[in-house]
Write a protein that binds this ligand. Sequence first.
Ligand SMILES: Nc1ncnc2c1ncn2[C@@H]1O[C@H](COP(=O)(O)OP(=O)(O)OP(=O)(O)O)[C@@H](O)[C@H]1O
Ligand SMILES: [Mg+2]
Length: 311
Amino acid sequence: MGLVEFSSFEDSLHPCCNAILSANQYVRKMKGGSQSMLVRANDGRNYVVKMSDNPIGPNLLANEHVGSLVAKAVGLPVAEAKGIWLSDSFIDSHPDLWFELPSGVRRPNKGMHFGSLLVGQTSGADRPTEYISPSRVSMITNRQAFLGMYLLDVWANHQDNRQAIFRRSSTNAQEVCFIDHGHMFGGPEWNFQGNLGSALHLEMAVYTDLWQDEQVASWISRFQTIIPEVLTSIVAPMPSEWYSGNLRELLSNLADRLLRLPELVQADSEKTWHPSQQKSIDEYLRVSDFGIHDLRTPGTRSAFRHSRATA
Ligand SMILES: Nc1ncnc2c1ncn2[C@@H]1O[C@H](COP(=O)(O)OP(=O)(O)OP(=O)(O)O)[C@@H](O)[C@H]1O
Ligand SMILES: [Mg+2]
């Protein structure tokens, strides 16, 4: 049994004020490249924790932190972000959480790591799921958020597919909550690239009929108002172990992208939301490129992926 301390970065007046919590529990390792783990902190809640010295990249935790808080600030549903302190004794008593690398096992460093509040329960019917079938897409009550998240991801030059957890409500409706922002901001290396259309959710049916020019303009305007107001205060309290890139350069890049967002969105959407409308799935296969999908036909990309997967 170890101790977990965590501090909330939402307290902008006291960003470094740590609440020391008592006993916590290591639950299990999670799947995925960053080798995150599920822990119970002694606020009684469960967190998926990514460690600052994870094998994916030096800026991963900064991306998680900034991505979560910016998305939350603009009104998008994201898992709650917390800083979680892992002590030496906690790490030593749970060798299962150590990194498994081709070169062998590596012990993570003690310190402040990033926690994403588990959406749902650790087991049972409310265990979180990342999968949504096309037939259940219409039951997502807050599906509009996929448009906002897509636009935010274009701003952030997100280098990975957009991940989300679907939670079932008592009425059997679905609610989406976005997770995994580690590849926003040009990826864990802060290496902004011109690739388009990489940050869409794998189930393209979630985007069906969402595009409306007024909605897009409204999201962009909201970003351009809110992000400059909050970004510095979000970035300032970050522990120095959460990044190794040039923060000043990152902020200037992001400010520039915010100004250019209408044109960035146009370029990306031409490839993803408004591709040449007449292409059949066979033509997609011949083109053999990601990002070419007709969003107005639910399940097209599912069918496309399925046919690729079974080819
Ligand atoms: N807040 C959360 N609530 C519920 N499940 C979560 C949460 N955050 C992460 N997970 C789950 O933890 C696992 C790893 O999460 P994540 O995708 O963020 O890590 P990753 O290392 O980037 O993995 P990958 O490289 O496979 O994308 C996934 O199964 C994901 O569904
Ligand atoms: Mg992931």
